[in-house]
Ligand binder design. Structure first.
Ligand SMILES: [Zn+2]
Length: 70
């Protein structure tokens, strides 16, 4: 992921490694196109803050999709 510029396929927002990790975790581990947390949240009818909390929980569990906090 390092150096690769990735954008949301729905709204075009620039994505962080965490955003990509969330998409992989929640949608498809093998995904090659990703949505930003805001678009994922509306897809799952969740609040974006819930996705942020999930990312923190996965990170705390040592999930390899979520690296150390930048
Ligand atoms: Zn988006």
């Amino acid at each position: 992921m390092i150096g690769a510029m990735v954008n949301c396929i729905q709204c075009g927002a620039a994505l962080t490694a965490d955003d990509v990790g969330l998409h992989k975790k929640l949608v498809n581990r093998g995904a090659t196109e990703y949505c930003c947390p805001a678009c994922l949240a509306s897809h799952f009818h969740l609040e974006e803050i819930r996705l942020r909390e999930m990312a923190e929980r996965f990170r705390a569990q040592g999930c390899p999709l979520f690296g150390p906090k930048p």
